[in-house]
Design a protein around this ligand. Structure first.
Ligand code: GRF
Length: 203
């Protein structure tokens, strides 16, 4: 049984896609053992609770320094004790000690075809805004391992989505989610669950 910890900051539609694909068997032998958010108001926390999944918020606002926040955050993840950590719209950079501890055990979904429109400052609608400004005709989403950089880890899966003439950042974001993100994130987790994707050993 693959034990997942899903980290979220917002609406949680990618979390929902994982929950649904575990329920319908497309992701085999997998359990979400914890959902963790940095944002108390994240609707993703409600989604988790509605499905009986333990959900917790560790907010930087509750700690006097960034270091103390990171310490509490890492302790919480360690207590959840997952095989695989999934960043599903998580807007906090993962601290280097955690990347080192969970080598090849943290994956992220990014809403563009890396290496386009990625790195520091490219998150949420900004990614789609930048794609439209550049005038690309194809964009998409990428699932990758998380390393010490921003969106620099090994690419695991990508899916292309066509840009339409009348697209706004909002319509493009929605189509990239529907056509790419909600498909490839569950697919990569399924590969980790069935052993097709080799993930890091527990240390
Ligand atoms: C997605 O576009 C994801 O790629 C990005 O943040 C968004 C999260 O959406 N990193 P949701 O919270 O899963 O609905």
């Amino acid at each position: 049984m693959l034990k997942l910890c899903v980290l979220v900051s917002g609406g949680g539609t990618n979390l929902q896609a994982i929950i649904d694909n575990i329920a319908n068997g497309i992701i085999p032998d997998t359990e979400i053992v914890g959902v963790l958010s940095n944002n108390r108001k994240a609707f993703a926390l409600e989604r988790a609770k509605n499905h009986g999944i333990p959900a917790v918020c560790v907010s930087p606002k509750d700690y006097p320094t960034r270091d103390l926040f990171y310490q509490a955050f890492m302790e919480t993840v360690d207590r959840i004790d997952p095989d695989l950590i999934v960043l599903a719209g998580f807007l906090v950079a993962i601290p280097a000690p955690m990347v080192q501890k969970y080598q090849r055990r943290i994956i992220n979904i990014h809403p563009s075809l890396i290496p386009s429109f990625c790195g520091v400052g490219y998150y949420g609608l900004r990614v789609h805004q930048a794609a439209l400004e550049r005038g690309v005709k194809i964009t998409g989403a990428t699932v990758h391992f998380v390393d010490e950089g921003t969106d620099t880890g090994e690419i695991l899966m990508q899916k292309a989505v066509e840009v339409q003439d009348k697209d706004t950042p909002e319509t493009l974001q929605k189509r990239v989610m529907e056509e790419a993100e909600w498909k490839i994130l569950p697919q990569v987790i399924a590969m980790a669950a069935n052993g097709t994707l080799k993930i890091g050993e527990r240390t």
